[in-house]
Design a protein around this ligand. Sequence first.
Ligand SMILES: [Mg+2]
Length: 199
Amino acid sequence: MERLILFDIDGTLTRTENGYLPFNEAIFQTFGVAGDIRTVVPDGNTDPLIVKAIFAKANVSMEINDDDWERFTAHLQSCYRRHVLQGSTTVRALPGAVELLRAFARGTGFAVSVVTGNFEVTAQVKLEAAGLFAYLSRGAYASDSAHRPDLPAIAKRRWAELSGRAIEPEQCVIIGDTPNDLAAARQNQINEATSRPGY
Ligand SMILES: [Mg+2]
């Protein structure tokens, strides 16, 4: 039976150092607010909800419309690219991630993709920096929905469109490092596995 493995990115496939630099810069460039991602817990959350949590923490009340999100996404992409290029932000593959994805690529019957709280553009910057981008097909991102439980179905549909083959929830496995990843799997009747024992 064919399997679709859906990986979370941050804390599951990669580890980012100083990711707050591009994130905070993008917030300031877009909204003119000196928000700080280090004041909230971003793990397992989606980027739009992280921005809202930062604003709530800073007592900033602001309506954010679609144009704002578009500008924020563009700023986040350019800030991330620049910081990664400069080496002020680093994104590395976690131990074993490259080997695991290579093994899936060599084998048959397994397809690998992502379900992540990153916007698609930043997911790409991170996966490229970590040397993992080429192994993963297009998945689902915070730019598709800020509500994480919406994402597994989107990733599943994209894979089916790409491969031309239907895939059932029981053929899918979500691998993540936070309770939110696993809750999203459960809400979609998808199998779950954690990359961090204890959850
Ligand atoms: Mg994670």
